[in-house]
Write a protein that binds this ligand. Sequence first.
Ligand code: AMP
Length: 588
Amino acid sequence: MTTTIDSFNQLGLAEPLLTALSEVGYERPSPIQAACIPPLLEGRDLLGEAQTGTGKTAAFALPVLSRLDLSVRDPQALVLAPTRELAIQVAEAFQRYARGLPGFQVLPVYGGQGMVAQLRQLQRGAHVVVGTPGRVIDHINRKTLRLDRLRTLVLDEADEMLRMGFVDDVNWILEHTPAERQVVLFSATMPEPIRRIARRHMRSPEEVRIRERTTTVEATTQKFCKVAAPHKLDALTRILETEESLDAALVFVRTKTATVEIADKLEARGYAVAALNGDLTQPVRERVVDQLRKGRLDILVATDVAARGLDVSRISHVINFDVPYDTEAYVHRIGRTGRAGRTGTAILFVTPREMRMLGMIERATRQKIEPLPLPSRAAVADRRVAQFREQVENVIATEELDFFREVVRDLEASGTADLHEVAAALAYLAQRERPLQLPPARGPDIADAHRSMRPASTRAPAEGVNPGGALVRYRIEVGRHHQASPKDIVGAIANETGMSGRNIGRIDLFEDHSTVELPADLPPEILETLRRTRVRQRPLGIRTLTVEEAAVSPRPGSRPKHPSSGKYAKPSKGGKAKPGKPRKPKRV
Ligand code: AMP
């Protein structure tokens, strides 16, 4: 894939989209966007190998939006996504890029969400529908989702849909779309079943993949930090406070807007920092870089474009606040440190959903990137105290203190306090701007947060769930009476916890509740999530069956009806049931 396209203007997108992109602060297309947008605008089918973080959402959303006929209020594009979380994100991205398209409507539809509201919105009309396969099938069957005007079908994260057992659903949906539609398939990997879908439903698709050129990276220590997006700023300041041998840092973000936002926030926290983005004129850019070189600034927050060619030997740290689009961009970024024979450190922030990017970078640079545990609040406080001591010792060693000694002696002589108390009061005054004691945390600390964070449902198996562990029956408070189906239940559990279908065993529906087989040793945070997860508007209120309940609870023997119901009837995997926990290996 070539990256010679420097501007969105070269791609042939509709004018209002270009305005929106500049407002959201995108400076140039990512490689996957540069490669996908032109063929998609021509109406061609496309098979894209790309993961979260590469900019793939805009790669398909922008051409879809560009080709829309806004006067037609029937769905012209349908995006299938494996989880409700992703469906919502994709719908939000459409909304963001479509701000200049008057009357544009996008509707996310997913299981577990009230049907009534969805029906009302579908009746009102939507130009684009983004949904999880199960719910989309529901709507097609009820004829509430009409696809006769459909021009584009996008399968996003196709390998995840496959992994979650949606392959039959996806084929079924493809078969219910008009023959002339454009099919776009994005997947992080291209296993054979995905290629089979492509062969069956696509017409000579354009194939696009991110180039993975291997490059050696020397003189740079690479680390990564797993951090959820809302905690990135806090993580950044902790790292800036605690990293050893930090001289100057270059912080990479994706958009112009983010350079300014983050620079402002760091400035408010007392850092000598400036934003470096494509909006700066050449003389201003040069002045900023010069200030960094001379030590008047310590941090620059930059986009890839703006940092191109930057050569300042003081840069000891490159912090990838947002993941780069591809390995090439990563290598360019970290090449800004470790210059002039010095060593440098590169730190990469990855959200749980972007963990695949990490593997890609490791492969391309042929280096293991070590995890960097996020410094705890205590570590930040320790570091501040250590720095404070160092400053005090420095002052004692280097400054002329006679006058100040007199002031202190007078204070002591006045009899209000002894020397220790005076010194403590002075330490208190000195630290007011940058407290040595951090205020107590509200909620769990972010250094621990990734352990309790909701597992990334589309990326990794639920953390803490033993994939081969014994399954036991749990009770959930939705049943036939609430119109819950096994499909809804599996969808909600898989979506909310990231558990794979392999961990979800038999589901039995009763009148006012159901039982579902799940691993015996579910971690408490997953149980908590599942207690709150809603199906048909009702919280699942999950709990294990008591021995008595299990003994009396009959198996209704109902078999779920659904195009891919086979996935609910797989045998429970491995392991023995725990003593006292009832479980029969019998399957429907
Ligand atoms: P995705 O890989 O689609 O999940 O996108 C990852 C992130 O990159 C999202 O936060 C997008 O808003 C952002 N993004 C996508 N394309 C661009 C671009 N050309 N310039 C800056 N940010 C972008």
